[in-house]
Ligand binder design. Structure first.
Ligand code: DQA
Length: 151
């Protein structure tokens, strides 16, 4: 199977470009996806890039990834700070996980300092804006290459 990295985006990330640009930048989610696809082509991996405002849909996509993906990059957005369901789904998937945020959540409100994703992630990346997605692809690719068994 060729390597596929699933990139999941949570609620309100469909508004990137117009949503609080001082915090999240002016790049749209479509632009981010295009950058991800271009970088993935350069390093020879496939990208499955998705966004949902619905927690259960994200959970279902994580469940399906066990059969279809080699790693998951997840910007769970606000669900990062609330979702036991996503925590459980990521744990059950047994795949490499990179937690990603555009902003440096640790420089922001204290409710953003708690993550239900970090404890089931291989690594966490935040504060690098849209470029963080490209960095996360390299990280996920590297982890997937060194991990051959599901846990
Ligand atoms: C975010 C940070 C979250 O705290 C916030 O709820 C988001 C976006 C980020 O990418 O910086 O929606 O995940």
């Amino acid at each position: 199977m060729s390597e596929t990295i699933l990139i999941l985006n949570g609620p309100n990330l469909n508004l990137l470009g117009t949503r609080e640009p001082k915090i999240y930048g002016a790049t749209t989610l479509a632009d981010i996806e295009a950058n991800c696809q271009a970088h993935a082509a350069e390093i020879g991996v496939s990208i499955d890039f998705r966004q949902s405002n619905i927690e259960g849909e994200l959970v279902s996509w994580v469940q399906q990834a066990r059969e279809t993906a080699s790693a998951i990059i997840i910007n769970a957005a606000a669900y990062t700070h609330t979702s036991v369901a996503l925590h459980d789904a990521l744990k059950a998937a047994g795949l490499p996980v990179v937690e990603l945020h555009l902003s440096n959540v640790y420089k922001r409100e204290s409710f953003r300092h708690k993550s239900f994703i970090s404890s089931v992630a291989d690594g966490v990346m935040c504060g690098f804006g849209a470029h963080g997605y490209v960095m996360a692809i390299d990280a996920a690719h590297q982890i997937a290459a060194t991990r051959t068994t599901k846990t």
